[in-house]
Design a protein around this ligand. Structure first.
Ligand SMILES: Cc1cc2nc3c(=O)[nH]c(=O)nc-3n(C[C@H](O)[C@H](O)[C@H](O)COP(=O)(O)OP(=O)(O)OC[C@H]3O[C@@H](n4cnc5c(N)ncnc54)[C@H](O)[C@@H]3O)c2cc1C
Length: 665
């Protein structure tokens, strides 16, 4: 099948405006004859549902949680980007576009990214109008902070709870439409298949998770907004329920899946503590604004710290290796996530990890306490403040900025991060890959759309911090509501889609049979047993560090594990009650298929991109070699980068799936 990205012609900065001026529209009185299903109520699905209903479409929204406001988006801590240039520090639409494409290792579709940058400013206005309590500066204006991979401050935030506050905004917009009857909300419902009629997406099969009932729902279009699939690794920063099922089902019905193997490995997570852990916890990237990352310079100090003979605070400045500041002087601790993660792994692999497992580096706020404290002492006219007073004043400022994150760290690790540096290590966080979509956000199934983290389009091989919330809300509030109308304009006379069609019956039968299988199999191993095993293969062989032999072994191992799963999985309980294990069995079955595709994708990409490196690029020298090969790294000001390593041409053509032109020197 030839993939057509449908990117409009013309200069990149005019594409979206021209496109909007020429697409087909559905008039207001016809919209009420058209039904749209939205699977997911996170920031992408919630904003899409609210906006489509506000426009007049009849929307049916689905979520497996008990309320839209419990979607995983609620976990987002750090912030949301927008090219508002409120700080007057040189930001612009172009810079946001450029940073995003560069941050994604030049593997994103530029036209989508430019549009994203263009609409980013509208998102902030929309959310402020909804009452989202963004942080404000002393004068009452919206405040910004900086995230990795950029040289400006463009991140809007609400303390460490930005996702929650944005989701409450989208949820209240949804609720207005639920009250009007324009959104029918199906909480605790899981989509288990998409239904195609004459090749078009015309509905879904969903299971009521409380009663176990299998339901048919029809519509003129189906939107997948089901989030990311990082839990294919078992351990990730994602919510426990995050899964790939909705995306995988549409893939199995014909929608293409793109870049499955690009995973964001976030550099600042609380390190794993043992084999019985089921979840990893993120420490927001915003902490890298004020925290400095280091490991000891000398291996003897590493040993002493591990054995408890020394504390990190015993080491003087010249005994510490602030390796990001050393290697990337222009960006320092705020290099993009993939660069920071690779560098942390490189130091730990070289033996400098500071905890018992050897998988931790320090994130240290001591310098910020002094910097802020000194400033505060001046502001408060405190003459000759003691060191302790300065530290106390500085800690107050840091507490105001990140207090909830520090508290969370202390609860989990049982160490006070105000007194001793935090320990962090990279962890699976976000999936750049997903269902392939064209410029309209439509998959290769007509009438089936994918938005938010569920699609692949905007972030290339690595996503910059605070840009997932931006993308989800851009897709839902400002992009899909236009592009879907162009498609639906053909459906104004179609009338209701009947759920009695044989296509619905066949899909329902398949879903029911699978559920019966799980309940009746009575095997020997739990669903988690398989999920854990899959996660270990994924992390060890398809994680940050990859090689061809390991990936080939992974493909074989996953295939064997899947076979074992279908023979020996044990799901307790019945199908007619709330049965979390049953729901999870279906999700893990899909992960076991995705995992194999994932490894195959990684195998054919003979490259180091984003958070992943081929073995030969794993050391610091290897990183320099990779940079030389790809010739784009001077952008990150890597100290060892060749002087002439500059972009030859900024616009990389990424259409019809193949990179037609490698635009590096
Ligand atoms: C800890 C953490 C912190 C983060 N912080 C930030 C940040 O500060 N800034 C930033 O930009 N990004 C951040 N991210 C990333 C960002 O939160 C996510 O990428 C984004 O929220 C995803 O939104 P979404 O709407 O696409 O999906 P989600 O919010 O994951 O929503 C998915 C929805 O789909 C539903 N669903 C899924 N499958 C089915 C199914 N089969 N049937 C029915 N419903 C289904 C769920 O019920 C849910 O409603 C963070 C991520 C994590 C893990």
């Amino acid at each position: 099948m030839a993939l057509d990205s449908k990117v409009p012609k013309g200069p990149i900065k005019d594409k979206w405006t021209d496109y909007k001026n020429h697409i087909n529209l559905v008039n207001p009185s016809n919209k009420r004859h058209i039904d749209v299903i939205v699977v997911g109520t996170g920031l992408a699905g919630g904003s899409a549902s609210a906006t489509l209903a506000e426009l007049g479409y009849n929307v049916k929204s689905f979520a497996y949680q008990d309320s839209p406001r419990r979607a995983h988006s609620i976990a987002a801590q750090g912030g949301i980007n927008a090219a508002k240039n409120y700080q007057g520090d040189g930001d612009s639409t172009y810079r946001l576009f450029y940073d995003t494409v560069k941050g994604g290792d030049y593997r994103s579709r530029e036209s989508n990214v430019y549009r994203l940058a263009e609409v980013s400013a509208n998102i902030i206005d929309q959310c402020v109008a909804q009452g989202v309590p963004f942080a404000r500066d002393y004068g009452g204006l919206l405040d910004n902070r900086s995230f990795g991979g950029v040289l400006v401050s463009r991140t809007f935030y609400a303390k460490g709870q930005t996702g929650q506050q944005l989701l409450l905004g989208a949820y209240s917009a949804m609720n207005r439409q639920i009250a009007r009857g324009k959104i029918e909300m199906f909480n605790r419902h899981e989509m288990l298949d998409v239904v195609l009629v004459d090749g078009k997406a015309r509905g879904i099969i969903a299971r009521n998770l409380v009663t176990g009932e299998i339901e048919r729902h029809s519509a003129h279009a189906v939107v997948i907004a089901s989030g990311g699939y990082g839990n294919v690794y078992f351990l990730s920063t994602n919510a426990m329920g995050s899964n790939v099922t909705a995306g995988w089902k549409v893939h199995k019905k014909g929608a293409y899946f793109a870049n499955p193997c690009y995973t964001q490995i976030h550099p600042t997570c609380i390190p794993r503590s043992g084999d019985y852990q089921s979840k990893l916890t993120l420490m927001s990237e915003s902490l890298r604004n004020d925290g400095r990352i280091w490991v000891p310079k000398n291996i003897e100090d590493v040993q002493a710290i591990r054995e408890g003979r020394k504390k990190p605070t015993d080491l003087s400045e010249d005994q510490r290796d602030y390796y990001l500041e050393r290697r990337y002087p222009a960006f320092g601790n705020l290099v993009p996530r993939d660069v920071a993660s690779r560098a942390a792994k490189e130091r730990c692999d070289a033996g400098y990890g500071v905890n018992a497992t050897g998988e931790a580096v320090y994130l240290d706020f001591a310098a910020s306490f002094i910097r802020y404290g000194t400033e505060q002492a001046k502001i408060q006219n405190i003459a000759n403040p003691s060191e302790a007073k300065i530290k106390e004043l500085g800690q107050k400022i840091v507490k105001a900025k990140y207090g909830n994150l520090f508290q969370m760290y202390e609860k989990i690790v049982d160490e006070n991060p105000y007194e001793t540096p935090m320990m962090i290590y990279p962890a699976v966080h976000y999936t750049m890959g997903g269902v392939w979509v064209d410029y309209n956000l439509m998959t290769t199934i007509p009438g089936c759309y994918a938005i938010g983290e569920a699609n692949f389009s905007d972030h290339g091989a690595n996503r910059l911090g605070a840009s997932a919330l931006m993308q989800g809300l851009a897709d839902g509030y400002f992009v899909l509501p236009y592009t879907i109308g162009d498609y639906l304009s053909e459906d104004i006379r179609t009338g209701k889609i009947s759920t009695d069609l044989p296509e619905f019956e066949a899909a329902e039968k398949e879903v029911s049979e699978r559920i019966e299988f799980f309940i009746n199999n009575k095997g020997t191993h739990s669903v988690d047993y398989y999920h854990k095993k899959l996660g270990k293969i994924m992390w060890d062989k398809c994680g940050m560090s990859r090689n061809a032999a390991g990936l080939k072994t992974a493909i074989e191992e996953i295939s064997n594990l899947r076979k074992d799963f279908w023979e020996n999985v044990n799901v307790p309980g019945t199908a007619t009650e709330y049965n979390e294990q049953l729901a999870k069995a279906g999700r893990v079955a899909d992960f076991l298929e995705l995992g194999e595709l994932f490894a195959k994708d990684a195998l054919v990409r003979e490259e180091s991109a984003g958070g992943h490196f081929r073995e030969e690029h794993q050391t610091e020298e290897g990183e320099a070699k990779r940079n030389k090969e790809f010739q784009f790294v001077s952008a990150w000001e890597y100290k060892g980068a060749p002087k002439d390593a500059v972009l030859h041409k900024e616009e990389l053509v990424y259409e019809n799936i193949e990179v037609k032109e490698r635009s590096y020197k």
